[in-house]
Design a protein around this ligand. Structure first.
Ligand code: NAP
Ligand code: G4F
Length: 344
């Protein structure tokens, strides 16, 4: 029997990769997009242009996770077997600027979906997009499903509520609800203000004289970066598992922002030389032009200094492992940027 999936957050990075993945598995895919005054479905253009994807299996609906009525109506109307909650105000720095909205969407949004599921059909399987940001000020390294949480931002705290309310509804109502605890994952479709995309895009532009300088914040935070394509496969695998559970999804490797910049520069054959310390640290190219500078405005009131996960449980129980490493991720991101230039 053909399965139906409903994706909240379909217009985001993961929504686009998950849609493609599920369509290739012959799912009927329904997605929830927000009303916007400007075009917000560009990440889905690929699906519309893909000859191999059956358009009759793909539907978009207006809705919002801060609006219980739209959530209830859409679950009732689309009758999904699986609901993926990827919708969120997902920028950690922005969550300090709009904490109340972030909490409404990222915490209460999950509760609204869970409540609709138990009222409409308890057989619907549910995936919650949890985050390694919940580990925050890490209590141990590497982080596993058993590591205690210590969020460091309104975003992390809201995601932590979603984590526990998902566990609670699973136990209280016996529904198939899973938390993915996903570490940073990136791709050519990553939002422009996340550090990897910002670095790749800027260094590509600097290489081809379209931009002079890149401004960043903390160069020494460490992240465990994977590829979104691998991570959406893990989301689906969780919902096909023999029991609902929570899983850490990561690569087990970590790099600083500075190392990431160096790796991107290396692939682009830009030779860079770092000078200075702290907020005054700068990178210069071979002609001694300053191409990377730090700016206080990108620092956060509280930072997550280090994240590095252990995906042993997912490897063992879901038979999941990442196919991309950091270099293939960077290569994919650079190729996309350079193609975009050529099509300009
Ligand atoms: P993203 O690119 O920022 O996408 C977020 C999606 O949520 C977009 O479709 C956005 O719509 C939608 N959205 C935001 N507020 C909404 C609202 N009030 N109602 C309905 N939809 C709303 O994020 P992503 O990187 O794909 O991540 C997907 C999910 O995984 C998020 O929940 C994120 O917090 C979580 N996560 C991400 C990572 C990561 O490294 N990428 C790691 C762990 C967890 P618009 O397009 O209209 O803005
Ligand atoms: O790319 P980021 O903004 O990602 P962050 O904060 O780790 O959050 C992402 O990953 C989480 C999973 O752990 C997700 F849940 C969340 O939704 C999001 O997708 O920043 C990464 C690091 C931070 O330490 C930040 O301080 O890079 C540092 N950084 C340094 N300069 C910068 C910049 N971050 C951004 N966005 N912009 C900078 O210029």
């Amino acid at each position: 029997m053909k399965k139906t999936a409903l994706i909240f957050g379909i217009t985001g990075q993961d929504g686009a990769y998950l849609s493609k993945f599920l369509l290739q598995k012959n799912y009927e895919v329904h997605g929830v997009k927000r009303r916007s005054s400007s075009h917000n479905t560009y990440r889905l253009d690929d699906i519309y242009n893909d000859q191999l994807v059956k358009k009759s299996n793909f539907f978009l609906h207006y809705g919002d996770i801060t609006d219980s009525i739209s959530i209830f109506n859409l679950i009732k109307k689309t009758k999904p077997h699986e609901v993926y909650n990827l919708a969120a105000q997902s920028h950690v720095a922005v969550s300090f600027e709009i904490p109340e909205y972030t909490t409404n969407a990222d915490a209460l949004g999950t509760l609204r979906i869970l409540e609709a599921i138990i009222k409409i059909d308890k057989n619907i399987k549910f995936y919650q997009a949890g985050s390694s940001e919940m580990f925050g000020k890490v209590m141990e390294t590497p982080q596993t499903e058993k590591t205690p949480f210590y969020p460091r931002s309104p975003y992390g705290a809201a995601k932590l509520y979603s984590h526990w309310i998902t566990v609670n509804y699973r136990e209280a109502y016996n529904i198939f609800a899973c938390n993915g605890i996903l570490f940073n994952h990136e791709s050519p479709l990553r939002g422009d203000t996340f550090v990897t995309k910002k670095v790749v895009k800027a260094l590509c532009r600097i290489k081809f004289n379209k931009q002079k300088k890149l401004f960043v914040g903390n160069l020494y935070a460490k992240r465990d970066w994977g590829h979104a394509e691998d991570y959406v496969r893990a989301m689906w695998k969780m919902l096909q598992h023999n029991k609902p559970d929570d899983f850490v999804i990561c690569t087990g490797k970590q790099y600083t922002i500075k190392q990431f910049i160096n790796m991107v520069a290396k692939q682009l054959k830009i030779r860079i030389n770092w000078k200075g310390k702290g907020i005054k640290e700068k990178a210069f190219d071979e002609k001694n032009n300053c191409i990377v500078e730090c700016n206080n405005k990108y620092l956060r009131p509280t930072e997550v200094d280090t994240l590095k996960g252990d995906f042993s449980k997912a490897r063992k129980q879901l038979k999941w492992k990442p196919n991309h490493d950091i270099n293939s991720l960077i290569n994919d991101m650079i190729s996309y940027e350079l193609n975009t230039f050529n099509n300009d």
